[in-house]
Design a protein around this ligand. Structure first.
Ligand code: MG
Length: 170
């Protein structure tokens, strides 16, 4: 019989004033935003790595090199969709997603519901199967604070029927 799989992803981006701030695919009004080659969304990058890791498909840098000009400014949802396709091609579906986002700004709480809904949509699961926890960086030394860190773990189960795939029919 085929067993489930877990995958783990970790990412961190420094932030700079005046940059757009997108976390988990949700645009957040904030004086600072993550610096990155793509849109710099650390949560979606960690999710991408978690999905790829669960099916032993390498990491985001192998699939989307940050030296490639076509990845500049990319919507990180594209990375997640690509990783999810690897999951489906390997015969699995996402069971649930748990995440931690660590940053001093923005505050995650007002956006948590929208982030969970967006990740659920990207992973073809219901929002109740996604959890995102916000943590501050207060315990970190000065100078290490202005960054956004994200960790994601996913559980996959073997896909037994086509009905296991929740469609994007909304
Ligand atoms: Mg990244």
């Amino acid at each position: 019989m085929s067993h489930g799989r877990v995958g783990l992803g970790l990412d961190a981006h420094p932030v700079e004033a005046g940059r757009p701030c997108r976390i988990g695919g949700v645009e957040i009004d904030c004086p600072v935003g993550p610096v990155g080659h793509s849109d710099g969304d650390p949560l979606l990058h960690a999710l991408t790595d978690a999905l790829l890791g669960a099916v032993a498909a390498g990491d985001i840098g192998q699939h989307f090199p940050d030296t490639a000009s076509e990845n500049a400014g990319t919507d990180s949802a594209e990375f997640v969709r690509h990783a999810l396709q690897q999951v489906v091609d390997a015969g699995f579906r996402v069971v649930n997603v748990d995440a931690v986002v660590q940053c001093d700004r923005p505050k995650l709480a007002p956006h948590r519901e929208a982030i969970c809904a967006n990740i659920a949509d990207l992973c073809h699961i219901t929002p109740g199967l996604v959890n995102v926890k916000g943590k501050t960086l207060q315990a970190w030394p000065d100078g290490a604070r202005d960054a956004i860190h994200a960790q994601v773990i996913v559980l996959l189960a073997p896909m037994t029927t086509a009905a296991d795939l929740v469609g994007d029919d909304d």
